[in-house]
Design a binder for this molecule. Structure first.
Ligand code: ADP
Ligand code: TZD
Length: 583
């Protein structure tokens, strides 16, 4: 394919070559290094998907737009450039919108491109096919939303969407393309000239020197310092500098879920196994790309040593983040360091040399003591072999498989299936763990798994609760269709959280959290030509996973675990409103 725009044939030989909206869009994306579209065809974008494929783009077609959207979002996180999702108007757009909102919430760069109905009809509300004012609907749920009406503006539209998605705090961007736009034709040379190759889409943001001074002064004063790495730190790709910062300062660190593996979880400074000790005990906390949201108990309350849920624990915070308004959003930030993480960490490192004094031995020993105790306790639990399997004995197998395949991507969703996996399965490399993120959203599983396989070519292991899997389960067909090296493991306990609840009304219906007993999920994968495995023991699970990783064939392992094993909402039971006591 030549670098020039593909001209639309013109009837008269003397007429200048023309180009249509379809090809301008494809060329604008390709010009900016976007080579994959996740989507679902239909009016008005069916031809766009065909043409994109004809022009050498990878077009991954899904069974539901939400999964395509999740795939695009996580592709954005994996690559640090926007993932693109393409949907049809109104219902397709709405199906994709959840993923766009989730991407924005998680700071993943993504562009949702949706075809839309005719503006004149939509604006007069005359009842067009799939009519909806999509731009207005998308706006509050994403970082930016744009509409392109004229073919000559497609280049600008794509450039603005890319910049909005990746610059500053990354997020989701909506691009509305009414059906008529695609068929518009303009002079091919003018079209080519209208496209923009975005230069430096996510410019560095250098922190102020005084912010660095303030942060270092506070960090130096600490008796019990702690570093907290969030998924922003993983996204920033400053892996070497972050590791150097941790190791040179000697400060214990915690990784948030998707930051696991930024340094190997087995690193001696990892305090993950002593989390409930270090959070309340630390006196100065350096946050790097992590927000003090609900996942960190808003930086206060009992988790942090406060008297009750509103009380400050007394810690001082240094926060490194690209978003200035993140500071003080929950508690006082004593030393805000605003800038991109790469620049901030290297500015800190420039002032942290070999003479930096390590934290007091008393603190390090206390952390090590808790950690060793908890690691030993965990080892004891993992060594057990209960019948039926429970979360721990099944995940002990996953832990070994991931250790043996540290390049594999790990997707994870569920409640107990999420919490146990996060604490049991160590990660060894950055950006390998992809999960429910900031919202704790179910449904990311198969979309993330598809994109992880497509974008990295590595084997993907998806650890799924049986409820969680149901949200995107139909995409096993997509996994088989593209023959992706995805091994789905369903930790099947017959329901949401567990399978043993009773109908409180005593009627014939099962309880709202209960599913069909002994469902044979593995047959779903077999239905589309993949491998299905029914595993009731750790040995069967191990055999199935090893074979899946070795063969790279789409595999679904239905791992049957004790249906009484799960607790309500996993580790966030306390977020359930307490029912009023019956009088
Ligand atoms: P976690 O859930 O792992 O705690 P969050 O999603 O809460 O992480 O926080 C990620 C933070 O990282 C966000 O506040 C975001 O602004 C920030 N961030 C993302 N990318 C960068 C970057 N390149 N430089 C600086 N901060 C970033
Ligand atoms: N819907 C959406 C989109 N997201 C959610 N988080 C929920 C519903 C509520 N929810 C959870 O928070 S976890 C979960 C639901 C339905 C499923 C838990 O059951 P599971 O996992 O089978 O996936 P465990 O291992 O049995 O807990």
């Amino acid at each position: 394919m030549s670098a020039v725009l593909s001209p639309v044939s013109s009837a008269a030989t003397e007429a200048p070559p023309m180009i249509d909206g379809f090809h301008l869009l494809i060329n604008a994306l390709k010009l900016n290094g976007i080579d994959t579209i996740y989507g679902l065809p239909g009016i008005p974008i069916t031809d766009l998907t065909r043409m994109a494929q004809a022009e050498g783009m990878r077009v991954i077609s899904f069974r539901h737009e939400q999964n395509a959207g999740n795939a695009a979002a996580i592709a954005g996180f994996i690559n640090g450039k926007p993932g693109v999702c393409l949907t049809v108007s109104a219902p397709g757009f709405l199906n994709g919108l959840t993923a766009l909102a989730n991407a924005t919430t998680n700071c993943f760069p993504m562009i949702l491109i949706s075809g839309s109905s005719e503006r004149e009809i939509v604006d007069l509300q005359q009842g067009d096919y799939e009519e909806m004012d999509q731009l207005a609907v998308a706006k509050p749920l994403c970082k930016a939303a744009f509409r392109v009406l004229n073919a000559e503006d497609i280049g600008v539209g794509i450039a603005r969407a890319i910049r909005a998605a990746v610059s500053g705090r990354p997020g989701g961007v909506y691009l509305d393309l009414p059906g008529k736009l695609f068929a518009q034709t303009i002079d091919a040379a003018a079209g080519a000239a209208s496209l923009i190759k975005v230069v430096d889409p996510a410019p560095r943001q250098i922190p102020a020197p005084e912010a660095i001074d303030r942060a270092l002064k506070l960090l130096k004063s600490a008796k019990r310092p702690l570093i907290l790495l969030g998924k922003g730190a993983a996204y920033a790709r400053a892996d070497v500098d972050i590791r150097t910062l941790v190791e040179r300062t000697g400060i214990p660190y915690l990784s948030m879920s998707m930051a696991k593996g930024l340094l190997p979880d087995t690193h001696e400074q990892s305090a993950s196994a002593a989390r409930s000790y270090v959070l309340p005990e630390a006196d100065v906390v350096l946050l790097i790309g992590a927000r003090l949201n609900w996942l960190l108990a808003h930086g206060k309350g009992k988790t942090w040593g406060g008297k009750d849920h509103k009380n400050w624990g007394g810690q001082k915070f240094i926060q490194v983040d690209i978003s200035p308004t993140e500071m003080d959003s929950n508690v006082r930030i004593d030393a805000p360091v605003v800038g991109d993480i790469g620049s901030c960490v290297s500015a800190l490192l420039a002032r942290i040399d070999g003479n930096w004094s390590k934290p007091p031995a008393e603190w390090l020993n206390a952390v090590a003591e808790r950690k060793n105790k908890n690691v030993a306790k965990m080892a004891e639990t993992l060594a057990k072999d209960p019948k039926p399997m429970n979360f721990q004995s099944a995940l002990n197998v996953v832990r070994d498989i991931v250790k043996a395949n540290p390049d594999a991507m790990l997707v994870n969703e569920g409640a107990n299936a999420l919490d146990f996996t996060r604490s049991i399965v160590d990660m060894y490399k950055p950006r390998k763990r992809l999960d429910v993120g900031t919202w704790g959203v179910m449904g990311i599983g198969m979309g993330f798994a598809v994109a992880a396989a497509v974008e990295t070519g590595q084997p993907v292991i998806a650890i799924e609760g049986d409820s969680a899997f149901g949200f995107s389960g139909m995409e096993v067909e997509t996994i088989c269709r593209y023959n992706l090296p995805v091994c789905v493991v369903i930790l099947n306990n017959n329901g949401v959280y567990r399978g043993t609840d009773k109908n409180l009304g005593g009627g014939k219906d099962v309880a709202p959290t209960v599913f069909v007993k002994d469902a044979r999920y593995e047959k779903m994968m077999e239905a589309f030509g993949g491998v299905g495995v029914y595993a009731t023991t750790p040995a069967e699970l191990r055999r199935g996973m090893e074979e899946a990783v070795r063969s790279r064939r789409p595999t679904l392992i239905n791992a049957i675990i004790d249906e009484t094993a799960g607790t309500e909402s996993g580790r966030i039971t306390s977020l359930n409103p307490a029912a009023r006591k019956k009088s």
